[in-house]
Design a protein around this ligand. Structure first.
Ligand code: HEC
Ligand code: HEC
Length: 347
């Protein structure tokens, strides 16, 4: 009884005070704030809260992230290998951050729609990428969902319930690299643990906070259920086709399109980033060139390349990941095309 009372008091306290949110902006920033954080009795993470309420542990459960493993995982994610080069690069072609962000991509984790992500990204200058963010990857329960079986076939089966296996699949298939060792995957899992959802990331109305406070005392099942409406435990994926979208009444936005092109396409295609050999820029000539290819049924048509990506082939292992509808909406495709048209002065 005593400990239950203590939990309730802690929870109530937790929801009434503001907890300082980590600054996730950069590598240094994140690491130093992570190492300085002292262990706190108040549940700070979503997982701690769920476990106190009696929810089940995930298969990849980690009680506390080990700072050294977090650092090693982070180095592999950002640089493809440990900074002291004591292991081999995971991939010759990519590092994880080429395709995955490391921060929350939407203002409310319950809404990770492409439109919510674009809005939040534009406010916070976050790259607009085809793969899911690593922030909250720890809190997901199924991976390579929806249409990804169409791309990777039977390879996705072992990843559907296992984050460990999902990391391995991405290292070898998406990154076109080598299989990762057990300790390497473990380090990445610890790094993910450091990027798990904090209660403070979730968005509650005042009524919901009160309701939650009551349920924590009286009805733990409902409390768990309410917490679970505040984030998604999967990244769904629906693949599109090269058809130019028709969204009746929608006025495309050149500003959105410019952002998608600059912080999405150029994230990989800018000569500065050196991620691909196929380079592009915001020069009107480039934009006009792309716009004029839009009705071709090949990789140079923006709708085609964006929805299908390219495939890795032997001898040419760099490939472009596709944007599912969840990562780039039909409206956003129209925004992108509109930007190419206006930016290329092709009216
Ligand atoms: C070339 C792009 C690319 C690179 C590089 C890459 N990934 Fe991925 N990854 C993807 C895509 C695309 C998906 C499937 C869509 C998604 O993320 O929701 C994916 C999926 C995943 C998933 C499952 C996500 C989910 O919710 O289904 C994990 C875990 C993952 N990658 C880990 C990694 C790790 C770790 C690395 C670095 C070692 C890495 N990825 C490098 C593109 C990439
Ligand atoms: C995660 C990195 C990444 C992102 C983001 C990305 N691309 Fe690519 N793209 C690639 C790679 C890798 C290739 C293949 C380059 C090669 O084969 O040398 C490619 C190829 C292309 C090609 C040439 C296809 C061909 O067959 O020659 C076009 C056109 C293209 N991308 C357009 C886009 C557009 C438009 C966007 C934004 C909607 C975009 N890319 C976003 C990585 C990316």
């Amino acid at each position: 009884m005593d400990s239950m009372l203590k939990n309730i008091a802690q929870f109530t306290l937790f929801f009434s005070i503001g907890v300082v949110i980590f600054a996730f902006a950069g590598y240094e920033n994140h690491l130093s704030s992570y190492q300085n954080s002292d262990s706190n009795a108040i549940p700070e993470t979503l997982e701690e809260a769920l476990l106190i309420l009696g929810d089940e542990k995930p298969i990849h459960y980690i009680a506390t992230a080990d700072p050294d493993s977090v650092r090693m995982g982070m180095e592999m994610v950002y640089y493809g290998q440990l900074l002291d080069e004591s292991n081999d690069p995971i991939s010759k072609y990519f590092v994880c951050t080429d395709c995955h962000n490391q921060v929350l991509e939407s203002a409310n984790p319950a809404d990770e729609s492409a439109d919510a992500v674009l809005e939040h990204s534009m406010t916070n200058n976050i790259p607009f990428l085809p793969a899911s963010t690593f922030y909250s990857m720890y809190n997901k329960r199924h991976w390579y969902n929806g249409d990804y079986y169409k791309k990777y076939g039977d390879l996705v089966a072992p990843t559907r319930d296992s984050l460990y296996n999902a990391i391995q699949l991405c290292a070898t298939q998406c990154s076109q690299g080598r299989a990762m060792d057990h300790w390497e995957i473990r380090a990445v899992l610890h790094y993910y643990k450091s990027l798990e959802l904090k209660i403070n990331d979730l968005v509650f109305t005042e009524e919901e906070k009160q309701q939650l406070g009551n349920w924590i005392v009286n009805d733990k099942t409902s409390a768990i259920a309410l917490l679970k409406t505040k984030y998604n435990d999967t990244n769904p994926a629906t693949f599109g086709t090269n058809k130019t979208p028709e969204v009746p009444g929608y006025e495309p936005s050149a500003k959105n399109g410019e952002y998608i092109f600059t912080m999405g396409c150029l994230h990989c295609h800018d000569p500065q980033t050196g991620i691909t050999n196929f380079t592009m820029d915001n020069d009107p000539l480039t934009l006009r060139y792309l716009y004029r290819k839009k009705d071709k049924y090949n990789n140079m048509a923006v709708q085609h390349i964006t929805r299908y990506g390219t495939y890795a082939m032997s001898g040419r292992k760099q490939y472009m990941p596709m944007y599912s509808f969840e990562k780039l909406s039909e409206k956003q495709m129209l925004d992108l095309l509109h930007y190419l048209k206006v930016g290329g002065h092709d009216n």
